[in-house]
Structure formats: C-alpha cells, structure tokens
Ligand binder design. Sequence first.
Ligand code: GTP
Ligand code: MG
Length: 169
Amino acid sequence: MSMRDVKVCLLGESGVGKSSIVMRFVTEKFKKALESTIGASFMTKTIYVDESTYKFQIWDTAGQEKYRALAPMYYRGSAAAIIVYDVTRETSFHAVKSWVQELQRHGPSKIVLAIAGNKCDLEDLREVREKDAQEYAREIGAVFCETSAMTAVNVAELFDAIARLLPPE
Ligand code: GTP
Ligand code: MG
C-alpha cells in the first residue's frame, strides 16, 4: 500500500470555520465557542482512499487581517489549499476569489484547489447560492462542496476528494 504525505493549508476570512472543519475532520468534534486562531495551527490525520494511505499535514491559518502576510509560509509547498467561506456571509465568498488570485500568482503551480462553503446547516441565513459558488469553482477547476463542521456534512468527503485529485508523485 502506498503512503503519501500531503501538506494542505486552509485559508479564508476569520470566523468562516476553518479551525472547526479541521477539528471535525481530525477529532470528530465540534465546539460552539472556538477561539480565533493565532498565527496558525497544525494537525495531522491519515486516511485511506482507493488502496492508498494519505497522511494530511494540515496547516490551519489565522483569518484575521493582521496575520494575512503569514499565509505564504503555509501555502508555499502545499499540495492542496482549502479556501473556506461562510454560506451566510457574502463578503467571505468575495474573499475566496482574492485568495484564488493570490494562489494562482504566488502559490505552487500544481496546487489542488478546494473551495468549501461552510455552515451549510444555517440554511435560513444563507447569502451565497450554492449554484453560484459551484459555477465559480468549475471555472477555476477547483473541488467544491458545501460543508458543515457542526453537523459533519461533507467534511470527510472534502479531504477524500482532494486525495483523489492529487497528481501522481
Ligand atoms: P479564525 O481562526 O479567526 O480565522 O476563524 P476560523 O475560520 O478558524 O473559524 P472557527 O472555526 O473558529 O469558527 C468560527 C465560529 O463559527 C465558531 O463559533 C464556530 O462554532 C462557528 N462554526 C464553525 N463551523 C460552523 C458550522 O458548520 N455551522 C455553524 N452553525 N457554526 C459553525
Ligand atoms: Mg481558526
């Protein structure tokens, strides 16, 4: 069985749920009052997909503006980037587009891009239509799914999809 180390970073506005997604994926838990990330945090998780083992080395970056300049340290050398927005906050979806541009200009050339529309459990508060985000993701060739770190919807699936799209080593 082959075994791969996969460096992945999460990017996106503060409060969209990056740390909550990582926590759900790694520990299968959700915390309502999670502290805003300072700098970045690191976790690993190993999964098995199509007879291969993927050890994800996950850099969960801090979304607050004052940490923005640190991001290149985390996306540099990443095999994949997960750009997260909050489906209840339109501005966080605009921020996705600026992250995509930054990665296209300064990120690794073969990076796998994934866009996650998080908090899809909050349907009543929705501001971003799934269709619009899906269409944008298709245009730029990114993986797309709506997730909920709270209910666990599509969190494992997001990482599975990334594993499947990694270029052969
Ligand atoms: P920074 O570390 O500041 O960049 O923020 P972050 O993107 O890591 O957000 P974080 O995971 O800390 O989540 C922010 C808030 O949103 C927390 O209060 C979470 O409980 C809440 N939250 C995260 N994911 C979900 C979700 O899927 N559904 C709901 N309803 N709330 C969520
Ligand atoms: Mg965080």
